[in-house]
Design a protein around this ligand. Structure first.
Ligand code: ADP
Ligand code: MG
Length: 707
């Protein structure tokens, strides 16, 4: 292959490589450029940041005698025998030996010429994966080449990079392309400017950026493969650090900008808050009190609160939200509370009705099903300020919804909303240049460093305590062959005056199918349990029907509630103490934990039966095991991170946020707190380097840079 590093001749050497399109490299035409575009690679800098996913060691020859199954290795040996086998599949078997041992090469596809070239005495160099064969170690379809008499050169000099690739682009193309990109960097060392200040580099013991890039594309033979493969090599850390730092800077910048905007200071006389305290049938836990205080302090500031409340399922977030709402109402402002589903919004409405209406506060309720006149009536009440507190779904933030004096926005189950939505909300303010305060609540208790990374634009409060008297839910996993026993168990619990949930799941996201499954289960259970009052709830029921069923279950007029996963969040019926989940293997840990959180809310012992369908995958077995072993949301979330990865757990995969080229939030957890420190340092002392870092790393740059 002709190398022509001079293609981008000297006159352009001042250009940084993020300004040089891939097509400037010889051999990269419009077709490849288009393919590269699909994976977000459009400049030479992008090529340099497209790091190998793994490496092969073709730098040394391994004696056959020391090979282990699973090794990928280069061997050099002599053919002893080549033979065609006619078994179930016709195959060519070639027996090789190097004096330390022997191995068989197995080919299912081969030509006659290939066979006749592999005669006794021929020397081969092969590269492949070693497996245990029927009678000896084997390599299946290894790469091989014939070695001439005493030839011993030609081994690779560095580990062979294997690139993540896209359709139509081969490893060789990638190797050629990175070779050219590295040559351009060589000629033009300023092509990849270092934006991290020397102070930071030495303090955090980070290597030089260009050196790290070069190392990762062409690691030397003595490079520590294990470190490289696990992503822990200092060179990888160097790049991951910078990328994480850029994300952190983006979010912190947002937060600083937010802080500079104005919000109404919500200072009340405490009268309503005091009344609610008197009326509550319980006292707040210490954690609830602490968080309530943090919120109250924020609300009195003239800058918008941006606070995330994390609290495990059942930790009592709703009452904390209600107290915040009261402070806003006392101060003469409106409050809006948004939930991700209608059912959850309804539950909040019920709680707020219980707590706020006796205090003489006018509530409103708005969801997608309010249409025409009824909707207009609600909009008028919000616009004219008659309604002080409104609860609802996304419908609350449609363009034509206007508030007279919105002071506080509360969002429940935040993990479904992204930075985008958070930013859109601030524009629903009081008018003028005042923005409302924002309180965001989530029941996904992720490790602190991780949440401070993912939600760095927010302040964090944690309700790390459950109300007293909660007993952990005893959880068992049973195969569905024991269904009759489980049905019996439902009967005996309900006869004792308890209530139960029966949850149906489906693999398909199709709501229709899920509802149908629930309908069938309900019909079947009604037949099997004639003594019980059975209700059914799913997403396709009309709003008033749903409300009716929930109300009857809550009042104890139904014993058993058959449901789809719509009851996953927020439903609160303390007398329900048994939950059966059909096919729990179809759900992720977070979802199972949320569902199970519907029970164990009262004083009775609660039980959860995970009624699975055998056989279970390895991953499913692990999930069910975690559920049986712990009720601790933090432990479950950590396990969930390991099993599913941060994108899924944080809900950022859908929103496209926190998608990294190099960093991996799970793997890089150990450096997250350093990244946070570094971000503070950069913003305080090196603000001029912030923007170039954002430009380099954040795909959705404009949003952060403009903020
Ligand atoms: P979550 O944090 O999951 O949203 P909820 O706000 O729904 O939890 O609270 C769960 C249940 O615990 C509700 O019935 C609520 O009234 C009750 N609760 C909240 N705080 C306390 C407390 N300090 N003591 C006793 N019960 C409480
Ligand atoms: Mg809740």
């Amino acid at each position: 292959m002709a190398r022509e590093p001079g293609n981008l001749s000297q006159k352009k050497t001042n250009t940084t490589l993020d300004a040089v399109p891939v097509t400037a490299m010889k051999g990269v035409g419009p077709r490849n450029a288009e393919r590269l575009q699909k994976i977000g690679v459009s400049t030479v800098q992008d090529v340099l940041f497209h790091l190998p996913a793994r490496y092969q060691d073709r730098t040394r020859v391994t004696p056959i005698g020391s090979l282990q199954p699973g090794d990928q290795a280069v061997i050099e040996a002599e053919v002893e025998l080549a033979d065609i086998r006619f078994g179930r599949r016709r195959s060519l078997l070639v027996r090789l030996s190097d004096g330390t041992g022997s191995i068989t090469l197995r080919f299912f596809h081969f030509s006659g010429a290939q066979k006749s070239a592999l005669v006794r005495g021929v020397r081969l160099r092969c590269y492949g994966e070693v497996r245990r064969g029927p009678s000896s170690l084997e390599m299946i379809h290894p790469e091989y080449q014939r070695l001439e008499e005493d030839e011993d050169s030609g081994l690779e000099e560095s580990l062979t990079p294997i690139y993540p690739t896209t359709e139509g682009m081969h490893q060789l193309t990638w190797r050629g392309m990175t070779e050219k990109a590295l040559a351009l960097l060589e000629q033009n060392p300023a092509g990849l400017p270092e934006w991290l200040p020397p102070e930071l580099l030495s303090q955090m013991k980070l290597t030089d950026l260009s050196a790290a890039v070069r190392y990762l594309h062409r690691p030397p033979p003595n490079a520590d493969q294990d470190l490289l493969l696990s992503g822990q090599h200092p060179a990888q850390r160097r790049l991951a650090f910078e990328e994480l730092l850029a994300h952190q800077l983006g979010l912190r910048k947002l937060r600083r900008a937010q802080r500079k905007t104005k919000a109404p200071a919500l200072v009340g006389d405490g009268a309503l808050v005091q009344k609610l305290f008197q009326q509550l049938p319980f006292t707040l836990t210490a954690a609830q009190q602490r968080v309530t205080q943090e919120i109250s302090d924020d609300l009195q500031q003239q800058h918008p609160m941006m606070r995330l409340i994390q609290g495990d399922v059942g930790s009592g977030k709703t009452v904390v939200a209600a107290l915040a709402a009261l402070q806003a109402v006392e101060a003469g402002y409106q409050v809006t509370m948004m939930a991700p589903t209608e059912l959850l919004a309804e539950q909040h409405l019920l709680s707020f009705q219980t707590w706020l209406e006796p205090l003489g506060i006018e509530l409103a309720w708005l969801t997608g099903r309010h249409k025409g006149k009824s909707r207009q009536g609600i909009l008028d009440a919000l616009d004219q300020g008659d309604a002080r507190v409104v609860v609802g779904t996304h419908a609350l933030f449609q363009d034509d919804v206007a508030y007279q004096s919105l002071g506080l926005v509360i969002i429940d189950e935040q993990h479904r909303f992204g930075v985008h939505q958070r930013m859109a909300l601030r524009d629903k303010g009081v008018g003028g240049n005042l923005h409302p305060h924002q309180l965001i609540m989530t029941a996904t208790p992720i490790p602190r460093t991780l949440s401070m990374t993912a939600y760095a634009d927010l302040d964090l409060s944690v309700i790390d305590e459950l109300p007293p008297g909660r007993k952990p839910v005893g959880t068992v996993a049973l195969p569905d062959t024991r269904r009759p026993e489980v049905v019996e168990r439902v009967l005996s619990a309900c006869k004792k005056g308890r209530q139960a949930y029966w949850v149906c799941t489906l693999i398909e996201e199709s709501e229709a199918l899920q509802c149908q499954a629930a309908e069938e289960a309900a019909a079947e259970l009604e037949l099997a349990l004639p003594e019980l009052r059975v209700g059914l709830i799913h997403g396709r029921l009309k709003g008033p029907q749903k409300e009716n069923i929930m109300a009857r279950f809550k009042q104890g007029e139904l014993d058993l509630l058959v449901a789809t996963t719509v009851i996953e969040v927020g439903v609160d019926v303390p007398n329900a103490s048994l939950m059966v989940i059909e096919n729990p293997e179809r759900l992720g840990l977070a979802q199972l934990h949320q569902l199970r959180g519907r029970i164990g809310r009262g004083t009775a012992e609660s039980h959860c039966v995970l009624m699975y369908h055998a056989p279970l995958s390895q991953n499913a077995q692990e999930r069910l095991k975690v559920m049986r072993e712990t009720n601790d949301g933090f432990v479950i979330a950590q396990k969930d991170l390991e099993l599913r990865g941060p994108g899924e757990v944080l809900g950022t995969r859908q929103t496209g946020e926190m998608q990294f080229r190099i960093a991996d939030l799970l793997r890089d957890q150990p450096i997250l707190s350093q990244v946070q420190q570094a971000a503070e340092l950069m913003l305080d002392r090196y603000p001029e380097s912030v923007e170039p870092l954002l430009r380099r790393w954040i795909a959705d740059r404009a949003r952060y840079i403009e903020a």
